[in-house]
Design a binder for this molecule. Structure first.
Ligand SMILES: *Cc1c(COP(=O)(O)O)cnc(C)c1O
Length: 251
């Protein structure tokens, strides 16, 4: 789709989906501004990453035309295909899903950041792949967020390293030439108020920053809980459904 098809300049008619996305994006940006002002950080707005998984490339093109610069995806195959189609859009791609080591080679071709680094083997695979891509194609170091598991109980959880393992992972990332240690990431546990989880994440972040002063980023906050994440210092928000609408069912 061309920009002309999206924005029919001149005639003044914007296609309905672009108008819908513009309205939803504006509403989310307003929530962020209000929450940041209430938290006394109006001058330090978090980076908005729009999570576009399952949504078509046409929507991502519309978002780029509306000023979105950062997008997130959680499956390599889908993300790689979209990044190739949208190479002309100058977008920053964030990988936010669970990642198998064998996908590292593919992810470093398009992603600027991986938010789901949670085990030493994945650090090593990303380090090797990023360094190779650096030599071959001149890519910048890959930003790595350590995903932290915030569940109180053992058993099924939404991914991530135990808080006690964060420093070891951090040292491993910091020592890798092709990687840059950005900070921490978490998904609030289901069925519990997000505030307690994000407060815990802020504590993990503070301990990390004491050892790695440059690793102050906190990737937290989704559609349902972005306000709570901002209160507890989120620097990167990952928002999907409140901007794009509900995700199409997977077939
Ligand atoms: C899908 C997803 C999001 C976005 O969630 P919404 O509730 O749609 O805003 C954020 N982070 C991760 C890791 C995701 O997989």
């Amino acid at each position: 789709m061309t920009d002309a098809a999206l924005n029919d300049g001149g005639a003044g008619a914007v296609d309905p989906r672009t108008a819908e996305l513009a309205g939803r994006l504006e509403a989310v940006r307003r929530r962020i501004t209000v929450a940041a002002a209430a938290a006394g950080r109006a001058d330090r707005l978090p980076t908005l990453i729009v999570v576009t998984k399952f949504h078509p490339t046409e929507d991502i093109r519309r978002l780029a035309a509306l000023g979105v610069t950062d997008v997130g995806e959680n499956r390599d195959q889908e993300a790689a295909a979209k990044a190739e189609i949208l190479a002309d859009c100058a977008l920053t791609w964030h990988f936010v899903g669970q990642l198998q080591t064998k996908k590292a080679k593919s992810v470093v071709r398009y992603a600027s950041a991986v938010h789901s680094v949670d085990r030493p083997q994945l650090v090593d695979a990303l380090a090797k792949a990023a360094q190779n891509e650096r030599v071959a194609a001149g890519r910048a170091p890959l930003d790595c967020f350590i995903q932290v598991n915030l569940e109180d109980h053992a058993g099924a959880h939404r991914g991530g390293a135990d808080p006690g393992d964060v420093l070891l992972l951090a040292d491993r990332i910091a020592a890798a030439e092709g990687l840059r240690l950005a900070g921490v990431m978490a998904v609030a546990p289901l069925g519990a108020p997000p505030e307690a989880a994000f407060e815990k994440l802020a504590g993990v972040s503070a301990r990390l920053v004491a050892h790695h002063p440059g690793a102050a980023a906190i990737s937290a906050g989704m559609s349902q809980d972005l306000e709570a994440a901002i209160v507890f210092g989120a620097t990167h928000l990952r928002i999907g459904s409140d901007i794009l609408g509900s995700r199409p069912a997977v077939g």
